[in-house]
Design a binder for this molecule. Structure first.
Ligand code: S3P
Length: 169
């Protein structure tokens, strides 16, 4: 009944950019779980991690997941890279994994005009080796949860959004 599309995938893979393009192509309404958390808490994710720790942040994600499952429909939901760990993700909607390899994801961030800001705001991207280990640990978990997998390596957002809409509608 809820007919949501929920975008999952590693930090920097392009969930936000793809969500904006899907909105452009389809007119769907979109929300972002990190944005909801920052407005609810009136502080940045970086600040939340630094002051309260990661467990506190994960708990906020869980609360948002229950709200999404019970009260949101016909919406494109982009999530933070660790949001997939909430209970019953597939109760929220069709789960779409945006996937690539770690090197391409990291290069995408580094080559962005706002690279410094993009790296700085993500506490779990500070140590490159740890981030890569996290990617390797999460990849099979992402794949297990996904109803649809889209490879985004070296592809334009237009093309990715088109594929997503074709596979989800
Ligand atoms: C996280 C990803 C971030 C943000 C937080 C934790 C993660 O979102 O939710 O820093 O655990 O992968 P993005 O995937 O948008 O960077």
């Amino acid at each position: 009944m809820n007919k949501n599309i929920i975008l999952i995938g590693f930090m920097g893979v392009g969930k936000g950019s793809v969500a904006r393009e899907v909105v452009k192509q389809s007119g769907m309404v979109a929300i972002d779980t990190d944005d909801i958390i920052e407005s609810m808490e009136n502080r940045t994710i970086k600040k939340i991690f630094a002051t309260e720790g990661e467990a506190y942040f994960r708990n906020l994600e869980k609360n948002i997941a229950s709200w999404l499952a019970s009260s949101v429909s016909n919406t494109l939901i982009s999530t933070g890279g660790g949001f997939f760990k909430v209970d019953a993700l597939n109760k929220i909607g069709t789960v779409v994994l945006l996937n690539s390899n770690f090197d391409s994801i990291y290069r995408r961030i580094k080559e962005h005009p706002n690279a410094k800001k993009k790296l700085k705001k993500r506490p779990l991207l500070q140590d490159l080796d740890k981030a890569e280990a996290l990617f390797m640990e999460r990849l099979p978990q992402y794949e297990k949860l996904a109803d649809v997998v889209i490879d985004v390596t070296n592809r334009s957002v237009e093309e990715i959004a088109k594929e997503l809409l074709k596979k989800c509608h």
